[in-house]
Design a protein around this ligand. Structure first.
Ligand SMILES: *Cc1c(COP(=O)(O)O)cnc(C)c1O
Ligand code: SF4
Length: 348
């Protein structure tokens, strides 16, 4: 297929991913920009009208439907931002958002109103102020580089930033939230791997929603990271029409584990504007999690997670298997059979 990235409706039409450029699509693209990398274009099956990769990146007129509950800052980042680029909601960890750019623009993105803004990189003074904040707050144990996508930075800028963070004594863990190994696997060069693997542990958290995103090149890029001793975890978003059935989710989780990537979170979709067509009910999400529990190895189990609107943080919302009784517990097994547990001698 085509060798160049897609950044416009015209590009999409030329590549055959949309037939016509309607007024509706123009309005969508004016609000939420379009970006698809060659690797992701090549993962799309153009004969499949419900292709799960295309659904994530090709804009749709459905994005014009905005529900009352949807908002431009769905998880309340702004109210927890003491200095530009920092979100400090939980005392032991901060998000450090170095830039707004992403290699692809996911149509369901929770930060879609900030994503892709040209020039959205912290200036060096802003970066210094953000890192000074981390240095001044000794309760911060972990720094999470997020964005945008931190691996969009040049090696030089990334190394500079990591060196400054690594020099802060109380920071023990650096985590990188990224989609680059999937969207642009060639970016995972030996030089980049070398920058990530030094000194303090760097965990790479890969955003992946469908097993078909794990192309041969993507698997090789992830293997370069893991072979260098960099632990990888995954986060996925539960998305209607992309991965909202037990077979697809099972294949996704198993393929991740086969790549030595431990499934970490399955996110319930945030209330970003114009994302209603991707939304799955919490009850269905819980049922899917029960199916995963009964079908798959414990290695393949993510935590189903909900980010409470308004900035109250993330909580697990999967099914509960233990129900308290007056004199003990009812515990359900993976087949749905209840077993009484009398908890003799345990506090209640
Ligand atoms: C998601 C998030 C984190 C990370 O949460 P974990 O549960 O540790 O993965 C940290 N800070 C903010 C503001 C977040 O939104
Ligand atoms: S990679 Fe993440 S931050 Fe970037 S557009 Fe997709 S969901 Fe948004």
């Amino acid at each position: 297929m085509t060798g160049s990235a897609i950044y416009s409706l015209e590009d999409l039409q030329r590549s055959g991913l949309i037939e016509n450029i309607s007024d509706g699509l123009r309005r969508v693209a004016a609000q939420f920009s379009v970006a698809i990398t060659p690797t992701m274009i090549s993962a799309i099956d153009p004969r499949d009208s419900a292709d799960p990769i295309a659904a994530q990146f090709v804009p749709s007129e459905k994005e014009l439907q905005v529900a009352d509950a949807e908002r431009s800052d769905p998880i309340g980042d702004f109210s927890f931002s003491p200095v530009k680029g920092i979100v400090h909601r939980h005392s032991d960890r901060v998000l450090l958002k170095l830039l707004n750019a992403c290699p692809v623009h996911c149509r369901f993105c929770f930060r879609r109103e900030q994503a892709g803004i040209a020039g959205g990189v912290l200036s060096s003074e802003e970066r210094t102020r953000a890192i000074d904040y981390i240095a001044a707050h000794t309760e911060i144990w972990e720094v999470i580089l997020s964005g945008g996508d931190p691996l969009m930075l040049s090696d030089r800028r990334l190394l500079e930033t990591l060196e400054k963070i690594r020099a802060i004594n109380h920071v023990k863990i650096i985590r990188i939230h990224t989609r680059v190994p999937i969207a642009d696997p060639a970016r995972i060069t030996p030089e980049l791997v070398e920058i990530l693997r030094r000194d303090k542990p760097v965990y790479v958290l890969l955003h992946c929603n469908h097993a078909r995103e794990l192309t041969q090149d993507v698997r090789a890029a992830c293997a370069r990271l893991v072979d260098a001793g960099i632990p990888m975890l995954s986060q996925s978003v539960l998305l209607r029409g992309v991965n909202d059935n037990a077979e697809t989710l099972s294949a996704l989780m198993r393929n991740l584990v086969e790549c030595r990537i431990k499934p970490y979170y399955l996110h319930h979709l945030d209330l970003a504007r114009g994302t209603g067509h991707f939304r799955v009910g919490i009850d269905r999400g819980q049922n899917l999690m029960r199916e995963l529990r009964s079908r798959l190895s414990g290695l393949c189990q993510p935590t189903y997670t909900f980010d409470i609107p308004g900035g109250y943080g993330k909580v697990p919302i999967g099914s509960v298997y233990a129900q308290a009784r007056s004199d003990g517990w009812n515990i359900e097994d993976h087949r749905g059979v209840i077993h009484a547990y009398d908890a003799a001698g345990e506090e209640k």
